[in-house]
Design a protein around this ligand. Structure first.
Ligand code: GDD
Length: 412
């Protein structure tokens, strides 16, 4: 893969946000980087061997809630072979057991593609027991089950990823219609994680365009309706500190992103759709140098955030206006309540929310849930409880005929 070379970064303490870099070539040719000076031409080559080395260490978590089987099949087929797939589902189980259909689809895929996978249902009482055993009661709702929400599914995925001994975790939505786009996202994660040059790294995808039908024609929109707003306020926050306006952040809502587990295990995740914007805020809070740093070792190493613009169009299920508005508000809620948010940004958020009619003048935005880091969980106890009590927890390991052994040994 060949990426455009960029030089500009925005600093927020130890956090280094890199300017958006384009995928120039999906496939950059034979692996002779020494003979070819990509740097001199304004590009960086990540060879297929380098991509593969990261993919072997990468877990791809798919949060899934009531998506179509055929679409899920496409997503699975786009994930590079060496990545370990973890499906965290919150799909309905009645009147039709959609989770059962998903597991059958995954099993069939793994059998034919000869690869392992792990799957669990978010609302399995056994998963809740495992989460409690691991010491994260915050994730449990009044019904005694793991809370619904995309951020919550991502947290479970991160915890499972951390049990495997692999080094990276990435996320891919289950409603992506284009397997080639999924493949490109994961390759871009691998390329970014390879280039990041720090054990504490994050890669966020900004898709090139989102196709929409307008008056019977396909229109390739460049911007997402949620991201536009989130990016604007995150950039405003950085600008208020530096005194210089910036448009550096283009991935405030990036659903497609990956992190090294060294960083991921230290991150606090937010619930629902606040999860992606809060990742930026968590980095600013923990590594921005404004509050007491809980991880001085990461502060010393620096925390790069690479933003990569992919070539494939992002073609996914459209869940409607209300859904977009909710996502936008959840992003602003976490930004408003962040201890690093400055008064000028807070006032601008309030003004925006009142203008949008989602807040009355004088009201405060609601708080979103923020969970402790996965690194604080007793993952060995979680694995034992998952194996013993979670009936939906399945390890589809290779070879499939052998009884699966515990996660850490099964997925070298
Ligand atoms: N397990 C689980 N649990 N999965 C969920 C849940 C949940 O409670 N809620 C949603 N999902 C899954 C969906 O099935 C889908 O695969 C993925 O999470 C994203 O949810 P969507 O509802 O399809 O979100 P979207 O496509 O509108 O928004 C996406 O893009 C935004 C940026 O534009 C998401 O990735 C957002 O998180 C992102 O900010």
């Amino acid at each position: 893969m060949r990426l455009q070379q960029t030089h500009r970064t925005e600093r927020f303490g130890a956090v280094r946000i890199h300017e958006l870099q384009r995928v120039v070539e999906l496939d950059s040719g034979a692996d002779h980087p020494v003979e070819r000076d990509g740097h001199a031409r304004g590009s960086q080559i990540v060879t297929s061997a380098e991509l593969r080395a990261i993919e072997k260490e990468l877990i791809v978590v798919i949060p899934c809630m009531n998506e179509t089987r055929r679409v899920i099949e496409g997503v699975l087929s786009g994930i590079p072979h060496d990545c370990l797939i973890v499906l965290v589902s919150n799909s309905s189980r009645q009147p039709v057991d959609r989770y059962d259909i998903e597991v059958q689809t995954l099993e069939q895929f793994c059998r034919v593609a000869e690869r392992p996978a792990v799957t669990v249902h978010q609302r399995d009482p056994g998963l809740a027991a495992a989460v409690k055993a691991a010491g994260m009661p915050e994730l449990i709702d009044p019904d005694g089950l793991v809370r619904s929400g995309k951020g919550e599914a991502m947290l479970i995925g991160m915890a499972i990823a951390a049990m495997t001994g692999r080094r990276y975790v990435g996320y891919v939505d289950a409603d992506n219609y284009v397997p080639g786009a999924v493949n490109e996202y994961v390759k871009a994660y691998a390329a970014g994680l390879h280039l990041a040059g720090s054990p504490y790294a994050m890669v966020r995808i900004s898709w090139h365009s989102k196709p929409k039908l307008l008056d019977g024609r396909l229109f390739f929109s460049r911007r997402g309706r949620t991201s536009e707003v989130t990016n604007q306020f995150l950039n405003r926050l950085i600008g208020e500190y530096s005194g210089f306006g910036t448009e550096m952040i283009t991935t405030g809502n990036a659903g497609e992103h990956a992190v090294s587990l060294e960083l991921g295990k230290r991150m606090r995740l937010a619930g629902g759709f606040a999860v992606e914007p809060f990742e930026y805020l968590d980095l600013f809070e923990q590594y921005g140098g404004l509050l007491d740093p809980p991880h001085p070792e990461a502060m010393a190493a620096s925390v790069p955030v690479l933003q990569i613009e992919t070539c494939n169009p992002h073609f996914h299920d459209n869940k409607g206006e209300d859904h977009v508005r909710d996502m936008r508000m959840q992003a602003l809620n976490v930004l408003y309540h962040s201890p690093v948010c400055l008064p000028a940004v807070r006032s601008a958020i309030l003004e925006f929310m009142v203008a949008q009619g989602v807040l009355e003048p004088g009201q405060e935005p609601p708080r979103e849930r923020i969970y402790p880091p996965v690194g604080s969980m007793a993952l060995d106890l979680m694995y034992d409880a998952l194996s013993a009590e979670a009936t939906t927890f399945r390890e589809l390991a290779r070879p499939l005929v052998a009884p699966p052994s515990p996660l850490p040994a099964a997925y070298p």
